[in-house]
Design a protein around this ligand. Sequence first.
Ligand code: PLP
Length: 278
Amino acid sequence: MQIAILNDKILPYEEVGHEYLDRGLFFGDGVYEVIRSYDGRIFALDEHIERFSASLKAIEITKVDINQVRDKIILAFAKSNIPNACIYFHITRGSGPRNHAGTDDLEPNFFLTVKELEDDTKMKTEGISVITYPDQRWKRCDIKSLNLLPNVMAKREAAKRDAFEAIFVNDEGFITEGSSSAFFAIHQKKLQTSPLSANILPSITRKFVVKAAANISLEIVDNSLTPQQAALCDELFIAVTTKDIVPVVKFDDKIIGDGNPGQYTKALAEEFRKFTIL
Ligand code: PLP
């Protein structure tokens, strides 16, 4: 007899619900997205859909109608009635007996939640602390994969050290990105961030930050920094969909600038806000 145990319950394997046999659970075999709304309007939906399609394609999950995904997002958001919402969704390759390669008959699983965003006023006005952490991830960080164990470990270490974010540093000694954010430095009126490559996620927020920077005449430089260089910059910030721009005032125990959010970071945040009310 084939057997399973779910927590304390023993049952025949055949009675295990398909949710437990999800390849997302066994292998992290799926991809996800996080979108947000500002005051009742979903922000950058097309960009997120495009990135999600690219992630699906990269891991060869084919049987997905992306227009249906879009419809589900819009429907769930409308039903939620939450003006400032965080919309999370993922698709896994499907459910089935544990087998690394999987089979062609699997039907992808879709999961979505709409939740209220947390208030981030304090962290935006006061700035946050970050730590550096070794980038122990795989070589395709451009895919928004459900495999997030290195990111989880980094974030847990940051929390232990009273920091909000962990900034990954690769084997060559350069900053790649945050564990769940893009990372930026401003020095002598130049905005610097890691160039897009397979080593980082093509952040949607980054795209709008770069536009905002051009609008306020900041020079934009695709440049990976070492932690030592970053700590000496005039201003630092992280960028992520759920919070847009968050100033960094402490970097591995080093105070950035005068310890308060910098003028250009604030100007960028204001400029960014304009995109969200279009
Ligand atoms: N980099 C990583 C590793 C992330 O997990 C995220 C967001 O979750 C980002 C960057 C920022 O991406 P986005 O601006 O699309 O939210």
